[in-house]
Design a protein around this ligand. Sequence first.
Ligand code: NAD
Length: 340
Amino acid sequence: LELRIKILEGSTSKNVPNTRRLSSPERKRILVTGGAGFVGSHLVDILMKNGHEVTVVDNFFTGRKSNLHHWFSHKNFELIHHDIVNPLYIEVDQIYHLASPASPPHYMFNPVKTIKTNALGTINMLGLAKRIGARVLVASTSEVYGDPQVHPQPEDYWGNVNPIGPRSCYDEGKRIAEALSYAYAKQENVAVRVARIFNTYGPRMNINDGRVVSNFIMQSLLNHSITIYGDGTQTRSFAYIDDLVDGLIKLMNSNYSLPVNLGNPEEYTILEFATLIKNLVGGSSSIVFTDGVEDDPQRRRPDISRARRELNWTPKVPLKIGLKKTIEYFRKEMSNLNEN
Ligand code: NAD
């Protein structure tokens, strides 16, 4: 068995990464919704390398085919252009349900669509799971805690969300996705996993996604002023993408069905973070302060004791190392843009 798992195969061209060969009980058919996006495409990479059959469903609202192009000719890979607010009929063993815009400018661009994606899209995925007996992992968010009054945030904190604010399409969208997951679990016996993902960064993030990591890196690379909304004392914690993907796979394959925070508990003020990026990029940007943003959470840090206990998971990539890799990616993206 070990030999069988160890044999590397699957490359039909030099550019296709190697994958394991798994025999049938270990090899799973896995659906990843939103698999052309930042998190989804990294998850697909690991699932493919581990020898599974992976189908990606994406409407390319924020995702890109180029995030997955290295898999196009692999026999275990399939990409379907589909909007998950419409039902989908497919046979799989596991569903990672990630499809949803994730950054404020993207989810506020069409708030009604954001709510539909998280409500109708999640109903479609849970309904599919019920029909075919698949296990579903729903990508929730730390935004379900809103502007938290408990710090750090454990999973049994119910949150402090403004239900009618500008971010509510996303925050409440994810809260309904969680409520739906547990309704399907109780009523229909669907096996659900809920990951409450905290800020994550890394290569393939959208360079225009409007969040601090991409804003600060772009501003530094362009030698523009680094803009901080508010006084910079608000805090965030940032997890590197490889750590998150490891946590998602561990959660999917665990026996634990309550929500689990996945994030890095190292907390930085936004000012500290801006200074670190400025120094790593090494440009001549100055740091400037501008008006705060409505409903912007003041403090954000995951309590990850549950993930440690139930999944034996803990983030490993230090912020400086992860940021260096991300800055490298942004540099390449910028030079590609300049060439085209
Ligand atoms: P992303 O925007 O890069 O990826 C989302 C993907 O979903 C994109 O490929 C997009 O085209 C697709 N999509 C959106 N609406 C769709 C629809 N109706 N039908 C089909 N596909 C659709 O975002 P991401 O950062 O990779 O986030 C992935 C998931 O993780 C999201 O559910 C997000 O809410 C969650 N999350 C991410 C973070 C983070 O820091 N990146 C934090 C918390 C939660």
